[in-house]
Ligand binder design. Structure first.
Ligand SMILES: [Zn+2]
Length: 379
């Protein structure tokens, strides 16, 4: 999901809260099912009462989801981990904590705060339902709310990444093995298993007549499957590229082209050498950067009459990297600035070029190397 997509509701604890457009689907469904349920259970209420109480209960439920996400966030903030946003969407809520916890204990405490807060809310609503006598509306609302918060806490404790239970599971494995990558692999594996069980359970429910519930379960399973695979890939990339700098994997030779040659000549040069990014020189000094990508932005029939200088990125607009920059940071910048290559500058001299292709190559080499060493260690 995109960061900070949706409607901004406001800020709590300094964290912006957003409503993703998909949230309206679940809000409508819950309000509808509550209205229908109250109509069946409380025929003495007026139609307006059914729906007003339905809407109010649904809003209190989403308040409970925000409370759950805020509890994760409050613990993360205590560990000085930045929380970028909380977003409510069709499958619940997500607190975007912008940094990974630095210890198993931190991860455990951040993860468990959510289910604990939902159990707490379940207890509060349960007490209100018992203490306030005779009021049918309060009783109906609080009964539904304590049950749903209890279910929310229990569901989140399922031991599959990226659910809270999966994070708790990962933190325990991490604490025991001291191996974050292996812990993530286990937690993501159990998350995928859980997701498949939900998808098959959902299909089975659907076939045996529970159409809506079955479809819903299968959808949640499918969502969890994607999330488990995605978060695993992310951690894999991070752990493999941790500690690798631009200087380690950059191309050390920097191909140059003169600024006066035409784009057709430049494209020939790219085809001949296989390099897709060149420093443009004028009178012996660098004046810009040209890439195959930049050449392609010019219509083909103008290649003969357009100079490299007209298509290049001028030197003051180039995104530079330093040899000591971590590759992960460079990858983030490349994504943010939408560039594929960065020349590497050391004390005013261009010492190399780093591209997405060289980062990908380093990633592949290191993953196959670490799989090899993992296998030999296992035998
Ligand atoms: Zn949670």
């Amino acid at each position: 999901m995109n960061r900070a997509s949706g409607i901004r509701l406001g800020k709590i604890l300094g964290i912006p809260i957003y409503l993703h457009p998909s949230w309206f689907i679940i809000f409508a469904l819950i309000t509808f099912s509550l209205g229908t349920q109250f109509t069946a259970q409380h025929p003495s209420w007026s139609p307006a009462q059914h729906w007003v109480v339905g809407i109010a209960t649904a809003i209190l439920f989403f308040g409970s989801v925000v409370f759950h996400e805020l509890s994760h966030s409050a613990v993360a903030l205590r560990y000085r981990l930045p929380v970028a946003s909380i977003t409510l969407f069709v499958f619940g809520g997500i607190a975007r904590i912008s940094a990974e916890p630095s210890s198993a204990k931190q991860e455990f405490n951040i993860a468990i705060a959510g289910p604990v807060s939902s159990f707490f809310l379940a207890g509060v609503f349960f007490l209100i339902s018992r203490v306030v006598p005779g009021n049918e509306i309060v009783l109906a609302t609080t009964t539904w709310l304590w049950q749903i918060n209890f279910a929310l806490a229990a569901f989140n404790l399922l031991p599959g990444f990226p659910l809270d239970g999966g994070r708790i599971f990962r933190s325990i494995v991490w604490g025991i093995t001291k191996d974050f990558r292996r812990a993530t692999r286990y937690a993501s594996g159990s998350g995928q298993l859980l997701a498949y069980l939900m998808i098959f359970g959902g299909i089975w429910q659907f076939v045996s007549g529970n159409r809506f519930g079955g479809l819903w379960l299968a959808f949640i399973g499918w969502f969890l499957l994607n999330a488990a695979q995605e978060s695993y890939a992310q951690v894999e990339v991070q752990s493999v590229l941790a500690g690798v700098t631009a200087g380690d994997i950059m191309y050390k030779d920097v191909p140059t082209v003169g600024r006066d040659i035409s784009l057709s000549d430049y494209v020939h040069e790219v085809l001949r050498t296989g390099r897709r990014c060149h420093i443009v020189t004028g009178a012996g000094t660098p004046v810009g950067l040209v890439t195959l990508h930049a050449a392609r932005a010019v219509p083909r029939d103008e290649w003969d009459t357009t100079s490299v200088q007209a298509a290049m990125i001028p030197i003051d607009k180039i995104q530079w990297a330093a040899p000591t920059d971590p590759v992960l940071k460079i990858l983030e910048r490349m994504q943010r600035e939408d560039v594929n290559q960065m020349p590497v500058l050391d004390q005013g001299n261009i010492v190399g070029i780093i591209g997405r292709d060289s980062i990908l190559g380093a990633l592949q080499t290191r993953i196959s190397a670490s799989n090899l060493s993992g296998q030999s260690a296992g035998h």
